[in-house]
Every structure is written in structure tokens, then in C-alpha cells.
Design a protein around this ligand. Structure first.
Ligand code: TEU
Ligand code: CA
Length: 574
């Protein structure tokens, strides 16, 4: 019954502009640089580009702190460059999705500057509260919420003597969506870009726009800390769905789509209520279960081990849930906030990096949903070397937590060591090093010293060498995207069935329509495995048509047992 829908079939490529390609040698990626790579993206099989923020911004949070929604950050280019980018994409049959960051603005936005004045008509556009005083008479923030970037979620403004809410950096004040003028302004920003030909939005932390009325204290979950994680108080609030329907009405006037970023949306009912097709809200969301799987009790820089079993359960849960409830998945393993998947999810011997990266492409690329590939993921780019000093990490989140750790772990080398291990594993910086285009100085990203250090391994791991090599990770990704197109009936719309659910090392799933099916098999370990194939699958794996594999010749089951090499994976039509 499901009809074909373009945004379901699209393969999306995410561009982080500062680090993608520098056209003018100032060390910062830019829009003309992106335009120069459109043929590369087309050849890869990309249908849609998601461009991270390029708007006017003081860049405290790499453009997620916007000072003007309708102007471009000069180092990235001009409005005219964006128009050229849109034209260049459309000429090639591709589309553009822009980042819509409207939970907060920069403190340099004119709205906030005006809002600082207590008597301004824009005072209520942000969330201002009077201080509270403790028994000793010390001035304290209005509640105990912790900022997502560390410390209190409130910043004190000397000028007006009140605190404003800022869930992220202090330079990112939260907008007050309960004020209808704010909502209207957001709608106007959307129309501005849609009128220019933009085909949709990735909506930044869109489930944070409605906060719990009264802004009550969060329950104490991290004993001993003054400021407490408060997701339950600011995520998925009571007016969220009303606001989302308002955004969707505008999108529908343009056949545009929206993928919402929704941290702390774990509950199936919550997620479904935002993405089920009859709800007329978002088309899909980024759900965080996989990328939060290894975050410890105190957040991303505390340790937690994960298992392949956990990962399989998450996949099965959301694949099944969306299928049964008319929702739609957004498939991703990486983005600009996550470290590199090949370093994070597939611990490997150096010689196996290529197999591991291709296995991950197989794993994510044949599930049901719209597929998102982050720049460099198609090359198997890895985390920054463990030897780099903390100064080479530029992200405000990393630096804020580092400062907090210095105070907290003073004299505690073990504690500091564990913290730094997590930075080396999960800091956002790992995703933000410049894309490695070739073996020239600075990886061909720029002709001068880039704003952020290029990963040491660029001479061996780069786009130019991989484009020429049919066995490269890049060539493998091209095949994945091509197969999704060729067998769209199976890979886009087919049902998902997990096989051998409880196996601790092997991932196997089927995708099936009424008349055709495919089976995906992956060894999720860096070791050889002997897999006892479930009897129902043995026949189909013996009588198979291999359409993709990351080792030259995948074996056959013998007496019901299939031998798999480290990170071996393949796809068969059955
Ligand atoms: O990210 C939201 C978000 O939840 C992340 O801050 C996440 O918790 C963190 O990155 C984990 O390391 C979005 C953007 O993607 C991010 O780049 C911005 O910094 C943030 O919103 C504020 O706009
Ligand atoms: Ca530049």
C-alpha cells in the first residue's frame, strides 16, 4: 500500500562546512569549496546534502549560535554562494537540507541584545528569571538544571539583574516558544529559505523547544552535584506537538521535509507521536539510543561498556516500531557531534580497519529508513590520534568539560586519566578534523594551515586514493547506495526481520517484501567466528546470490556452520 516517497529513498550526505573543503586558502572550509565537490557527491550516489549552519555567527559553538538567520558567515561565503549551491545541486538532481537552529540563538542576535533590556518588547522572547538567594544570602540560579555543556543552565546578566536560560553555552540563550511572536519569526525564517529553493530542514534539538511549565527543579540523580541533568524537565514538553504541527504546515506548502534532532526521546510512544505519518509533524527524527549506548551515568565523558547484543536490541526495537506504527527511521552512525564510528564501534587491528568500516556500512546501509552519511565516513576516517594534546581539541563542549575535570580531578591522576580516555573515544572533535581529499600537505583540504589540525593518517586514508581503488571503503559505499536504489522495494520499503537475535557476535537480518527478500550477515568482531546458521536460513544462504561482500569470496555454510573472518559481512538476495 505504501507509495514511493522521495525523502524515504534518499541517501543524505552531511557537510560540516568548516572542515569540508577550503577553496580560497584561508584554512576554513567554505561554500565554493562545497560546490567544487558536487560531482564527487553525485558519483558517490548522494541525493540530498544536509548543510550544517552557515549563518552569521560568532562561532562559539561552530555556528549553532546564530546571530542572523538570513545572513551568511562571511568566511563561508555569501547568500549568492548558497543560491549557486542550490542551483548546482538541483542541476544534478540533488537537493539541499539546511540546519534550522531555533531552540536558541546567539547572545549576539539582535533579538537577544534587545531582550537584555527589561523594558524591551522582546524581553519575553527569551526565558528570564529573578535570582533566588540561599540562607547565606548568596545569589543562585532559579533552579538546579545543569547545562548540556556543563555547569548551571542559567547565566546571570549584570545589565538587567536577572538570569536567562541557556541549555547549551552561555552565549546560546534559549528562545521562549510560549511567546507567539517567536513562533511567527521562526516560520518566517523557514519561508525565507524555502523560497530560495531549499528542500527541507534538519531541526536542531527540536524536542527542547517546549519546557515543563514552571521550570521545576530536576530530581537529584548525580549525588553531590549542585546542578543536575534535567532532560526530563526540558525535553518533549507539553506544547511540542502543537509547535511541530505548525512547522509542518509550512513544509507541506513546499513539498519539503524535516528530520528532527531529538536527544532524550527514548520512549516509543513519544517518538511515534512525533513521526507517525498521520500525525503531520516530523518526517523522521534522529534517535540517540545507539550513539548514547556508551555514555556513562554522568554523561558522555563517563565510561560505560556496551555489547553487540545491546546494539542489536536497539536496532530491532526501532526497525520494528517504525514499521508497525507508520513511522520512519533516520539511519546514522556518525555526525558532527559523534566520534568516528570505525574507532568507536569496531575496535580493530590496524590491518582490519578497511573491513570494519565496510562492515559498518553494510550494517547501517541496509536497514529500513533514510540513510545519513557524515563527511569522511565514506572514507573510513578515524578518531584523532591518542597522542594529540588537549589543545588540538577545539570544541566548546570538550573544553568546558576539560576545565571542570581539571578542578574535579585535581591530584587524582586516575580520575583524570579515565576522563581523558573518554575524550579520546567520544569527543565531538573527532568528527570535525578536515576531510582528507588527497596525500598532499593538509590532506588537500586547504593550501594553508587549517583551523583544526588534519588527522595524521591522511597520506594513506584519503578520497583520491580510494576513488581509484575498487576495493576501497569509498567504492564499497558507492555499491551500498547503488543497491539501495536498485532494490528499493526491498531495502527501502521491505519489512525488517532480525535473525538469531540472541547471538552475541553475529548480526543477521532479513529485508523482505511479499515477493523478494535479502539477507544481511555481519561478524561484529575482530576475530574469526563460526556461526551455527539457524535452520530456516541455511537453505537461503546456500542458494544465494551475493550482491555485496567485504571479503573476496564469502564461504558457504558447512554442516550448518558458516565461517566468518574478522568483520566479514555480506548481502545476499534470497
Ligand atoms: O546537538 C544537541 C545535542 O544534544 C548535543 O549537544 C549532544 O548532547 C552533544 O553533542 C553530545 O556530545 C545539537 C547540535 O548538533 C550540536 O552541534 C550543538 O552544539 C547543539 O545542538 C546546540 O545547538
Ligand atoms: Ca575558505
Amino acid at each position: 500500500t505504501s507509495k514511493r516517497i522521495w525523502w524515504k529513498e534518499a541517501s543524505v550526505y552531511q557537510i560540516y562546512p568548516a572542515s569540508f573543503c577550503d577553496s580560497n586558502g584561508d584554512g576554513i572550509g567554505d561554500i565554493p569549496g562545497i560546490i567544487s565537490k558536487l560531482d564527487y557527491l553525485k558519483t558517490l550516489g548522494i541525493d540530498v546534502v544536509w548543510l550544517c549552519p552557515v549563518y552569521k555567527s560568532p562561532q562559539v559553538d561552530m555556528g549553532y549560535d546564530i546571530a542572523d538567520y538570513c545572513a551568511i558567515h562571511p568566511p563561508y561565503g555569501t547568500l549568492e554562494d548558497v543560491e549557486k549551491l542550490i542551483a548546482g545541486l538541483h542541476e544534478r538532481g540533488m537537493k539541499l537540507v539546511m540546519d534550522l537552529v531555533v531552540n536558541h540563538t546567539s547572545d549576539q542576535h539582535e533579538w537577544f541584545k534587545e531582550s537584555r533590556d527589561r523594558n524591551s518588547s522582546k524581553r519575553d522572547w527569551y526565558i528570564w528569571r529573578k535570582p533566588v538567594y540561599d540562607e547565606q544570602g548568596n545569589r543562585c540560579p532559579p533552579n538546579n538544571w545543569a547545562s548540556i555543556f556543563g555547569g548551571s543552565a542559567w547565566a546571570f546578566d549584570d545589565e538587567s539583574g536577572e538570569y536567562y536560560l541557556r541549555l547549551f553555552a552561555k552565549e546560546q540563550p534559549d528562545l521562549n516558544w510560549d511567546n507567539p511572536s517567536v513562533v511567527k519569526e521562526v516560520h518566517d525564517v523557514m519561508r525565507f529559505w524555502l523560497d530560495k529553493g531549499v528542500d527541507g530542514f534538519r531541526m536542531d534539538v527540536i524536542n527542547l523547544i517546549s519546557k515543563m511549565p514552571g521550570l521545576p527543579d530536576a530530581p537529584v540523580t548525580v549525588p553531590g552535584e549542585v546542578f543536575q541533568p534535567a532532560h526530563a524537565c526540558y525535553a518533549n514538553g507539553p506544547r511540542l506537538h502543537e509547535f511541530l504541527r505548525g512547522l509542518r504546515e509550512i513544509l507541506d506548502q513546499y513539498d519539503a521535509f524535516a528530520v528532527g534532532e531529538m536527544p532524550w526521546a527514548k520512549d516509543e510512544a513519544d517518538v511515534i507521536s512525533a513521526v507517525a505519518s498521520d500525525r503531520k509533524e516530523l518526517n523522521m527524527i534522529f534517535q540517540f539510543d545507539i550513539v548514547d549506548m556508551d555514555n556513562g551515568p554522568e554523561g558522555k565523558f563517563s565510561q560505560r561498556s556496551w555489547s553487540i547484543q545491546t546494539l542489536k536490541d536497539i536496532v530491532d526495537k526501532w526497525q520494528t516500531c517504525m514499521y508497525e506504527n507508520n513511522g520512519w527511521n533516520a539511519l546514522f552512525l556518525e555526525n558532527h557531534d559523534q566520534s568516528r564510528s570505525v574507532s568507536r564501534f569496531t575496535p580493530h587491528k590496524a590491518a582490519h580497519r578497511k573491513y570494519a568500516a565496510k562492515m559498518l556500512a553494510t550494517f547501517i546501509g541496509f536497514q529500513s529508513g533514510t540513510l545519513f552519511v557524515y563527511q569522511g565516513q565514506e572514507l573510513g576516517m578515524s578518531n584523532l590520534p591518542g597522542t594529540w594534546p588537549i589543545d588540538d581539541y577545539k570544541d566548546v563542549e570538550t573544553q568546558n568539560f576539560y576545565q571542570l575535570a581539571l578542578a574535579r580531578f585535581a591530584g587524582d591522576e586516575v580520575g583524570m586519566g579515565l576522563f581523558l580516555d573518554e575524550v579520546r573515544l567520544k569527543a565531538r572533535d573527532h568528527a570535525r578534523s578536515p576531510v582528507q581529499w588527497n596525500a598532499e600537505k593538509y590532506g588537500g583540504f586547504s593550501t594553508s594551515m587549517p583551523w583544526m589540525r588534519v588527522n595524521d593518517d591522511y597520506a594513506e586514508w584519503n578520497a583520491e586514493s580510494q576513488a581509484a581503488d575498487p576495493t576501497s571503503i569509498l567504492s564499497y559505499w558507492r555499491c551500498v547506495l547503488e543497491l539501495r536504489k536498485l532494490h528499493w522495494d526491498i531495502f527501502i520499503y521491505g519489512r525488517f526481520v532480525m535473525i538469531d537475535r540472541d547471538h552475541p557476535y553475529i548480526l543477521c537480518f532479513k529485508r523482505a517484501t511479499k515477493t523478494a527478500s535479502a539477507t544481511v550477515v555481519a561478524n561484529f568482531t575482530d576475530d574469526d567466528q563460526y556461526w551455527s546458521v539457524p535452520p530456516d536460513e541455511a537453505a537461503s544462504l546456500a542458494n544465494r546470490k551475493i550482491v555485496l561482500s567485504n571479503y573476496e569470496a564469502p564461504g558457504q555454510p558447512h554442516d550448518g556452520v558458516l565461517f566468518l573472518r574478522p568483520y566479514e559481512s555480506f548481502v545476499v538476495l534470497t
